[in-house]
Structure formats: structure tokens, C-alpha cells
Design a protein around this ligand. Structure first.
Ligand code: AMP
Length: 281
């Protein structure tokens, strides 16, 4: 497995050695777990060359303490990647990757103002800035993103379509811990007690999935879901939303044969967790 740190080196390598390959790419912030690895394995199956980037992107953190405390586990990340047959890991530094690059401007069609965007101002601009830059350097054919970050996936699809990049954005299912808690690098910062209680988020989402009916009021359900989650002393709801899985617009009623995504952000102690589930009517 190649390890490349310099932007100029990966550009040269891409131009010289990879012209005949189908390239799969997975951008990550490291502290890798089975969720990330599921994306890598899918890429390894579907492409002749897989590149993973590890870069904790300062621009996408609206909360500086979240950035400072973001886990860094580079040695074990490299082991996991080697085992999963990743071909190349790109580990750039901020000053190199952002040198003479001031970001990618686009109209988010309002996607950056709702849900995650409302509570994390500037977050999606930071995401688009780094992913556009990485796409430009790596020029992958296929890129893999987890449905865990459902809104991010929608933003990346929008960016690719607006900038007319010829890159497939491939959504990958959420990988969960045995308890049901969506795997996340931030789970490592939960105490044992918090981690146990955080499993209630998926329990509630799944209960809604199993019981929801066409005549139910989304507005009323949002209140009930928030109340149920908040009853757990470890959890505090930031938002709960029923949305169209493509436009992400809020769903005002449930209709026959429709698919709706139920998304939420929940604080567990000092850690902010997000999760979502697909509902079929
Ligand atoms: P991150 O390192 O958090 O930026 O995540 C890198 C990629 O891995 C993103 O596309 C995430 O959506 C994806 N990812 C993170 N956690 C999971 C998970 N539990 N299941 C599936 N994909 C995930």
C-alpha cells in the first residue's frame, strides 16, 4: 500500500501510473472503523485501484473544540486499510492542500441552511471545499460516501452535478454497532454509560419505522420522537426531520408508495451524534 503526503506527488503518480485504472476514492477524516472500511471494501470490489484520503479538514468544523478533540489514530488506520486491500492512502497537510486554493463556490439550493446546515453554519461549505479539491487532485471514476451523513451525500451529489464533474457518487449503507448505534469516530469519545444509552437513538428510529402509518402527522411525530429521546437523561435532541430522500425538503404528509428519510441529530453528553433511517410507505 502506497502512502503519499504531498499534493504534487499524488498528482504526478496519478498522471504517470494510474491512467489505465478505474479509480475508486473514499475521503475520510481517519479514526477509521468498520463503517469506513465497508466503503473501502466496496471500492476494492468495484474498481482496479482504491485511494483513501485521511485529512481532518479544519474548514468543516464549526466547533473548534470538536476539531481539537477529533480522534487521530493513524497507525491503526493504516493497518485497517492495508488489510482491506486499499492501494494508496493520501495524508495531506492543510497548508499544502489549501495552498493557492480558496474553495469551491456554488449555490446549495438551500441545502446548507437546513438540518445540519442550520446547526453547523459553514459546515457544508467546508465539506464542499475539501471534497472538490480532493476530486480535482485524484480524479476518481467512483467515489463512496456513507448514508450515515445523509445530508452530506446530497450536498456532494449536488456539487458534482453543478460542477459537471464526471464522477459517480455511490451511497453506502450505514454500518452499526451491535447495539444499533451508528458507527462513528466520535463514539470513541463517549463514556461506557453514554455509549450504552446512545443506542436508544436507533431503537427509537427503528420503532418509528415499524409503526408509522400514512395518516400520521409528521409534525406531531417529530414532537413525540424528540420527547421520547429526551426522556433518556443522557440524550438531548437537536433536530428530528422527515425529509424527501433526494431534495431533502421537509415532508409535510406521508403518501402511498413514497420513501421518506427520518434524520436526527442528538447530543449525548458533549458529543453530537447523527443518524437516519429510510421509511417506505
Ligand atoms: P468521516 O471520516 O466521518 O468524514 O467519514 C468518511 C466517510 O465514511 C463518509 O462518507 C461517512 O459517511 C462514512 N461513514 C462514517 N461512518 C459510517 C458508518 N457508520 N456507516 C457507513 N459509512 C460511514
Amino acid at each position: 500500500m502506497e502512502i503519499v503526503r504531498q499534493v504534487s506527488d499524488i498528482i504526478k503518480f496519478r498522471e504517470k501510473e494510474l491512467t489505465k485504472h478505474t479509480i475508486g476514492f473514499i475521503p475520510t477524516m481517519g479514526a477509521l472503523h468498520k463503517g469506513h472500511i465497508s466503503l473501502v471494501e466496496r471500492s476494492v470490489n468495484e474498481n482496479t485501484y482504491t485511494i483513501v484520503s485521511i485529512f481532518v479538514n479544519p474548514k468543516q468544523f464549526n466547533d473548534s473544540s470538536d476539531f481539537i478533540n477529533y480522534p487521530v489514530t493513524i497507525e491503526s488506520d493504516l493497518e485497517l486499510l492495508k488489510k482491506s486491500k486499499c492501494d494508496l492512502v493520501f495524508i495531506p497537510e492543510a497548508k499544502d492542500i489549501y495552498q493557492d486554493y480558496y474553495g469551491f463556490k456554488m449555490d446549495f439550493d438551500g441545502l446548507d441552511k437546513i438540518y445540519e446546515g442550520e446547526f453547523r453554519p459553514g459546515h457544508f461549505q467546508g465539506v464542499v471545499d475539501i471534497v472538490y479539491r480532493l476530486f480535482d487532485i485524484i480524479k476518481p471514476h467512483n467515489s463512496y460516501f456513507g448514508e450515515k451523513d445523509f445530508q452530506q451525500l446530497a450536498v456532494i451529489k449536488l456539487m458534482v452535478s453543478k460542477s459537471r464533474l464526471n464522477i459517480n457518487v455511490i451511497p453506502c449503507e450505514i454500518v452499526r454497532e451491535e447495539s444499533g448505534l451508528a458507527m462513528s469516530s466520535r463514539n470513541e469519545r463517549l463514556s461506557i454509560e453514554e455509549r450504552k444509552n446512545a443506542a436508544e437513538i436507533y431503537y427509537v428510529l427503528n420503532k418509528v419505522k415499524n409503526n408509522i402509518q400514512i395518516g400520521d402527522s409528521p409534525e406531531r411525530l417529530i414532537v413525540e420522537i424528540s420527547e421520547e429521546i429526551n426522556q433518556n437523561a443522557f440524550l438531548k435532541t437537536e433536530y428530528v426531520a422527515f425529509c424527501n430522500p433526494i431534495s431533502l425538503k421537509p415532508v409535510l404528509s406521508f403518501t402511498q408508495n413514497s420513501v421518506v428519510r427520518l434524520c436526527c441529530a442528538i447530543w449525548c453528553g458533549k458529543i453530537r451524534l447523527i443518524d437516519n433511517i429510510s421509511l417506505q410507505f
